[in-house]
Design a protein around this ligand. Structure first.
Ligand code: 1CP
Length: 321
């Protein structure tokens, strides 16, 4: 989760050289280099493509900028018909093409045993950025549309289901070994809305991917949204559940998923070696040895993290293996 990024000095150097964050994403050589940086440094078992979830709204025609040191800023929401046309005409895939080039290049440069994970944002999470115009705390405009103009909102969500599925299938064809779908803001929803706007679109995306990719592992991350997680249990034999750090990894491990993934609080990495090792062991102890568990953070790493703290996590895991 945010393997690359601002906690690494080699990332900060390259970002400055590239000009900005989106310039890194749009150039397969840069995106490949940033993806490989943490793999060289740490030798993780898995690698995640360097890109961003907001490349889909941009490819659908919505303006996107990342101001230095700030969050994303999106332009006005384009007309649904215009976005649908961009999806169906192949224009969206054309804008996203650098990501597919990066996937192929990364796959050819990664060690064979290292898994390459492609990804996309989930429809609900993408809709919050597209409707609010950026990051948000309360999602008022998004909820106003979801609950007050459900037909309009459903049409936007259907477009996003199709867009996300197309983007993930393209990454798989380019060489991604697995794909992850981030529903980072699913926890803002009540029970019924988690089922309607997190679980249902995630299930629809899995079904679409399965039409052409029957076995590719898919990792779902309905963050802070256990109603959605429970509703997704058992939908497919190759779906894994990523668990956030505020949730119960042990309980999640009893659900019908291929594996559970998670869930160390990235804030734990801001302490000393003994504390980091202890927190890591505490996560490992939540899951029985015979249950498939992919160790991961429970959300994105802080930019203030000492790069050595990641070594302390890995040492604690590897000394138990
Ligand atoms: O190694 C990696 O970093 C993996 C690539 C990656 C991924 C999987 C990035 C690069 N972003 C993401 C996913 C992502 N992007 C999510 C889902 C995961 C999560 O919840 O963290 C979200 C919500 C975003 C949106 C986003 N991208 C924001 C806004 C966050 C918010 O609180 O609203 C921001 C600031 C970004 C920029 C971004 N994307 C990635 C990085 C490394 C950065 C920071 C860029 C920089 O400043 O240099």
């Amino acid at each position: 989760m945010r393997q690359a990024g601002r906690y690494l000095p080699e990332y900060r150097d390259l970002r400055q050289q590239a000009g900005g964050f989106l310039d890194l994403c749009d150039n397969p050589d840069f995106a490949t280099e940033v993806t490989l940086q943490p793999i060289r440094r740490y030798g993780f078992d898995g690698s995640i493509l360097f890109s961003d979830i907001l490349t889909i709204p941009r490819a659908l025609g919505q303006d996107l900028a990342f101001a230095a040191g700030e969050g994303p800023v999106l332009g006005a929401l384009p007309d649904l018909a215009a976005m649908t046309d961009r999806l169906n005409s192949g224009e969206m895939a054309g804008v996203l093409h650098p990501a597919y080039g990066a996937v192929s290049q990364i796959r050819s440069e990664l060690p064979d045993a290292t898994t390459l994970i492609g990804f996309a944002g989930a429809p609900w999470t993408l809709a919050t950025y597209m409707i609010e115009g950026g990051s948000s705390k309360a999602y008022a405009a998004t909820k106003a549309m979801a609950y007050g103009a459900p037909e309009r909102f459903s049409a936007l969500m259907a477009l996003l289901v199709a867009s996300v599925a197309q983007h993930l299938v393209a990454q798989i064809r380019a060489g991604a070994d697995a794909v992850m779908i981030f529903d980072s803001w699913a926890g803002s929803l009540d029970r019924d809305a988690q089922l309607a706007w997190s679980a249902a679109p995630l299930r629809a995306i899995v079904e679409r991917i399965r039409q052409s990719e029957p076995q590719t592992p898919i990792i779902l991350f309905p963050r802070k949204a256990m109603f959605a997680a429970r509703a997704l249990a058992g939908i497919d034999p190759h779906v894994t559940l990523q668990v956030d750090y505020a949730n119960d990894l042990k309980a999640a491990a009893s659900l019908d998923f291929a594996a559970v993934q998670g869930n160390l609080d990235p804030g734990r990495l801001l302490s000393g070696q003994a504390e980091v090792a202890e927190a890591t062991r505490s996560v490992l102890a939540q899951v029985d040895r015979d249950r498939s568990h992919v160790f991961n953070l429970g959300h994105g790493i802080f930019k203030e993290t000492d790069p050595d703290a990641v070594h302390w996590v890995l040492d604690a895991i590897r000394s138990q293996a």
